[in-house]
Design a protein around this ligand. Structure first.
Ligand SMILES: [Zn+2]
Length: 406
């Protein structure tokens, strides 16, 4: 504002303050302050540059008189009118350099933003079901669990083998471990209140606990005595678990890589209710090597460009393709004879003309060709395979042309 009102050209500007802390704020580029300070400092920096700011001792600062107040005698003797003495020194620059203040007065400033760093550490809880992830086959998993549970029995009898009943017990154990990890709340709710809460993800399945403590789907087909117990009440398997994947893979392979619906049906009749099973099955089939090999569509080649005779607009039978087909057995009075068909096709209109061939000789072909040309008009080009009668006719025509020309 002063600069604007003065209307005098100013070569350089210097600002003086007796507050070392303010100089520190202005010189600071690294430290963070609470909201009030940076806003004011920014205002100062917008109107001036940091190099323009210098320190003046409180005793030399004329502005101090204004802020503190003085009577007339004091004011007349003060530096208020003339300014501090050092301003009149010849080598002002060296004075300024000597009194430069660095921004290191702000170390313990209460305006400094304090930075808090926190370190958190977690101790992973090892779940039993995570050990199941070491197995890639449902059969291997149940067999291993069965073998483990056999260890005490084997101490007495070393020849004891894993039986079907042991495998079924192992399956139950695996499912129980899985369910207690995923549905601990539901199981305790059923034990206390005979039903699960409405917020549970398996509320709609109306789950219940069977005699061995497995959560099963409570459906409406309890009286379907023709069905096995496990089919009527399949065990609930939580989604996105390794066991769910193993089961889907197991039943998919058991039914020899049939499609999605068949795999789902096999899982259900195997006594399992996998949540979101449809998606798991879909993902498995799309990544199954055998399935993609069996279901892959055969590759098809791209057809080449058509020859000009097929595309140019011409009268019918200008460009003709021909071939012989047959033979057919034909009766002539009492004898049976072989006859062939000679097929002409117009390359542009795809019209068809058929002539009869009595035998596969050059003469018979030339006769048929003359007959064709007599009816359909002159032909510009003829396309054929390398049949002996065609090649013979071509040689014959060439010989006739050569004779005529000579
Ligand atoms: Zn498959």
């Amino acid at each position: 504002m002063v600069k604007k009102e003065l209307r005098v050209h100013v070569d350089s500007e210097h600002y003086w303050t007796d507050s070392k802390i303010v100089l520190g704020y202005i010189a600071n580029d690294t430290k963070q302050f609470r909201m009030y300070v940076p806003n004011r400092v920014q205002e100062i920096k917008n109107a001036s540059s940091q190099e323009q700011w210098n320190y003046v001792a409180t005793t030399d600062n004329p502005a101090d008189i204004a802020s503190r107040g003085a009577n007339i005698d004091q004011l007349l003797q003060s530096t208020w009118f003339g300014g501090p003495l050092f301003l009149r020194q010849a080598n002002l620059e060296s004075y300024i350099d000597k009194h430069k203040i660095k921004g290191d007065h702000i170390e313990n400033d209460p305006e400094l933003e304090t930075v808090k760093a926190m370190a958190t550490s977690t101790i992973p809880k090892i779940q039993m079901s995570s050990r199941f992830e070491n197995f890639s086959q449902w059969k291997d998993l149940t067999r291993s669990i069965a073998a483990l549970s056999m260890l005490p029995k084997r101490a007495d009898n070393k020849d004891k083998k894993v039986t079907l009943a042991d495998l079924s017990k192992a399956e139950t154990r695996v499912i129980k471990v899985l369910q207690t990890e995923h549905y601990a709340d539901e199981i305790s709710q059923i034990k206390c209140q005979k039903r699960v809460g409405k917020k549970s993800s398996i509320f709609k399945l109306n789950p219940l606990l069977d005699g061995s403590g497995i959560l099963r789907v409570g459906g409406r087909i309890d009286r379907a005595t023709t069905l096995e117990e496990v089919e009527r009440r399949p065990a609930i398997i939580p989604k996105d678990t390794h066991i769910a994947k193993l089961l889907v893979q197991h039943f998919h392979e058991k039914i020899h890589h049939l499609g999605r619906q068949s795999t789902l049906a096999a899982i259900r009749s195997g006594g399992f209710w996998i949540l979101n099973a449809s998606n798991v099955v879909k993902n498995l089939i799309s990544s199954c090597v055998i399935c993609s090999r069996l279901r892959k569509q055969p590759e098809q080649q791209q057809m080449g460009q058509l020859p000009p005779e097929r595309i140019e607009q011409t009268p019918p039978f200008t460009h003709v393709g021909m071939d012989v087909f047959g033979h057919f057995m034909v009766k002539d009075r009492r004898s049976e004879l072989k006859r062939w068909g000679l097929l002409f096709t117009c390359l542009y209109s795809r019209a068809i003309h058929i002539e009869l061939l009595e035998e596969l000789t050059t003469d018979a072909f030339i006769n048929a060709l003359r007959c064709f040309v007599a009816i359909r008009g002159p032909v510009l080009t003829l396309f054929s395979d390398q049949g002996t009668n065609f090649v013979g006719a071509q040689n014959e025509f060439q010989r006739q042309i050569d004779v005529t020309v000579r």
